[in-house]
Design a binder for this molecule. Sequence first.
Ligand code: ATP
Ligand code: MG
Length: 696
Amino acid sequence: MAAGFDISKLNAAQREAVEALDGPVLILAGAGTGKTRTVTCRMANLLQKGISPEKILAVTFTNKAAREMQERVAGMVDKKAANKLTVCTFHSLCVRLLRNGIERLGYKKNFSICTPGDQTALIKQFIVKRGGIREKIKPGDVLAAISRAKNSDKGLASIEDDLYRTIAEDYTRELQMRNAVDFDDLLLLGEKLLREHSEERAYWQERFRYITVDEFQDTNSLQMSLLKQMVGTPYNVCVVGDDDQSIYGWRGAEVANILQFERFFPDPHVIRLEENYRSTEAVLRVANKLIKGNLGRREKELRPTIPGGALVRLLSFTGDEAEAEWIADEIKAIRREGKRKKTEAKPDAAVMRLIGGGGGAAEEAALADANLRAWEDFAILFRTNTLIRKMEQVFREKDIPYRLVGAQSFYDRREVRDALAYLQVIADPNSDVALLRILNTPPRGIGEVASLALTDWSREHEETVWESLNSESFRAEVSKKAATAIAGFCDEIQNVHDQLIGGHDARDLLEGFLETSGYVEWLMKNQKSDTERDQRRQGLADVYESLERTLGKGKSVQTYLEESLLDPQKDDELEKKQGVTLITLHAAKGLEFPVVFLTGLEEGILPHKRSIEEGTKDEERRLLYVGITRAQERLMLTYCGKRVKWGEEVRSEPSCFIGELDFDWIEEIDYEAMMQEEANDDDLEDFFGGMREMLG
Ligand code: ATP
Ligand code: MG
């Protein structure tokens, strides 16, 4: 095995956790105390102690976190061994469980996974069918009701509205018929599989002997139950979390899980980490004082290891335009101050001129030399996605590179979803949901009437859509034109499918099929501008590239499809992208950035309007706490007097949380007043200048 990791870089409590390998372990600690780093080292230690990597499972909250953890372990021990670890989210874990045993639950082995987009399309169909159009029922509302009901004890029966319930039942039946599951089903079925089938349980308990869960405070009761089924005696399970960072209550997360860990896994080794290594004292003081406002929390020590630091700045602006402009300019200014601990190093004059000139590869090259801060050192945190837009616009105007995290995801892009559906059909023509999606995309003469006839037919005859399409008796039911179109399309699919089975390169097949089927031509024709056409083309290119990369790692097309569906940040695509990070508070969990701007500290935004109505203000306070504790060196909190919402200017009040901050560590700046003062100075300067000129 390779060099191993350096345990001397850990503090005593962290070391204790890294060395406590057997039995239940609970690491309960505040933000930035090295929880994630500790469990990562712990996994490396397991490997070093000779535990086979196949026996080790770690569950993280996002796919990005999973990738990072795996990479970090790989950096510490044998890379090959690290690659054999299973590090994934609860959802992808469930896909594994279900691929192995879903037949026990009455599904066929090659089930497909419905994306939110597919779900909406299905729901719309049933809203129409059940006359919900007249009642102006929104698909999103029905889906939310379905999700809530599915995750409740009473299931769909708990939906009170009759029409909603009927649509929900239609939807559920349809999914089952189509051998498809949605994201909620993944967890529900995964848990059910283990709970109801002891052979499955035994298999997985034997398969994974060491289980770790990061961000445990955000697991819900279903995930907790799943974990209970997964962990065999002697309960080699290690969970890490911080009850102060529980921010998914709205999705049913139970802080109780962490507070009552011992109920499920008796006599855990409890470890507390108290030193914060991430943030300066100033940042921590502000965070600590704020979170004390929550009642019923476990009081925790959180000691800074970096004394002092720049005061946290609290800035008020008249409007969101000014806020965004200031942030952009401030980023440029801080960037010029230079890298951490290298602030003394000043770029030479030539470089400064280049920077002043701005733009282009020359500037980038100069900056790399000049010891300037990287754009990646900066993050801007938002309560909601809609607030991000203004910032994006200003960044584009000011030529600041940025990357959006957790906003529009890879597979939300229409061409990406289409391409994935095509690929799914090539791999398995019996994938109903995907086949229905591409059936008339591009339009090929199989219109809505034929399409409805098709789904009805396949339902009645208990066939897959593919089987119905191929049946002569079905083709006799539709118009001659449709029948001809269907026959042609079926031949094409069969042909490409056969080639794939025959070992042809999947990427080539997909690219070729999207061309010959007329999809690419149709897609291009439907774009308004060259920019849009370029974006679509890029989307497809990204699919080809990531498919090729995944297959290159020896994975199957099916695995590629699963990863793409479950990993909205797919793939390295985003990670490759450089720039300032624009991210929501929820998505920022677990991450850290040297310089953080936290925006929109206003009533109705943070705390969010809904939380005031629903009485979940404590969760909003935790969300702000999560945001503050992302900052390593510098933290700027901002709020505005008005914002443009849906094209209208709306007045904003400062957030009630502002009054709870520790003003000993805060510098308050009224931006407008400051500008006014500067302007006055300039006026004075002008005045005297004018006088001098006159006298001179
Ligand atoms: P969060 O609650 O936000 O998830 P965390 O507790 O998981 O935070 P980490 O992200 O693991 O904390 O660590 C925070 C930072 O502190 C990282 O940059 C990490 O490398 C650093 N760190 C952790 N432990 C030590 C240590 N013993 N010495 C120096 N730096 C450390
Ligand atoms: Mg962490």
